[in-house]
Design a protein around this ligand. Sequence first.
Ligand SMILES: Cc1ncc(COP(=O)(O)O)c(C=O)c1O
Length: 390
Amino acid sequence: MKELSRLLTSVPGSVTMAVADKAKALQAAGQDVIALAGGDPDFDTPDHIIQAAFAAIEDGATHYPPTKGTPASLQAIASKMERENGIKLDPKTQLIITPGAKWSIYLALAAIINPGDEVIYLEPVWVSYPPMITLAGGTPVAVSLSADDNFSVTADKLRAKVTPNTKAIMVNSPCNPTGRVLTQAEIDAVTEVAVENDLFVIADEIYEHLIFDGRTHISLAAQPGMAERTITVNGLSKAYAMTGWRLGWIAATPNIIKLAGKLNSQTVSSAANFTMAATVAALNGPQDCVGQMRDAYQQRRDFMVKALNEIDGVHCRSIEGAFYLFPSFPGSSKNSMELADALLEKAGIAGTPGIGFGAAGEGHIRFSIATAMSDLERAVERLAKVAHEL
Ligand SMILES: Cc1ncc(COP(=O)(O)O)c(C=O)c1O
């Protein structure tokens, strides 16, 4: 047999999937496992969005759409970005709708990377960024952030990793897995380093609406000097509980969109036609559903952070956004893989080991709170019983 792809062989599999597989095997064997490892909202997609998709299918939106998206859905995204993010774009030349925001991130990387280019990301990092940088032909470079100062970002921390080969910085705020929401000072730090080194910035804003305690989300592309160098990624998965619809988008300058559009049309062609009609309903329709889900996540956060901190041997920072808690286990001698295994085996709780989010995530476990309150209550009860064994 000829050798298979060296590039794909070099990329690690997803730790999140590995935990999910173990949890499923235990469930299949009859064990009651509380699944806190995934990132899928437990809410149903709001009904007016579902109805819009039904109507579109009945109206014949079952054929190939334009590869970048239907005019109405592109316009709805452009209007949303101007209204909510302060980003003005031409929907015809500066947007592509993609099957999920994950594909948008890959398109962004593929459109800017040449062999040897380095891409900086903040660690702990969402599991898929480093492999995607590698797959796009670049070299991932971590800026390691620490829980001791709430994973804060400064211009100096970024500058320390910039080399003549640096091409871009990837930023995810609100952040999966840390729950950090970048402050204006941190956004300024990213802006300063990007402008002074002529870098692109990939701003992943998928959790922008899941933000707590009255904070505001700040879009990098709306900062001075950033419109021409920022590639904004967003989508409907998290805010509208639409993970299974696979709907995301990428917004950037026309030259970047032209290249990303080539890759999109030569690979996936487009997102599904009727999901574009659903996008119009989601973005132009009533937004109270988004606020209600956010309030529920905030309530769950309040309950979980308090309950986890009451357990001896568990420390949990509060989170500012997204829907993941990232507790540590200060008294434990186990690494995060061993901790995740012990939690699964002793308490039937599936959490994601922090090492999956890079070395800076070691010692932590990520728990999703996009999970029914009753399951969260059961999880803390079980954790309290086994904490002394961890
Ligand atoms: C940080 C981050 N970016 C992007 C995505 C991708 O979202 P989508 O479901 O739209 O592909 C996720 C999903 O978990 C995520 O956590």
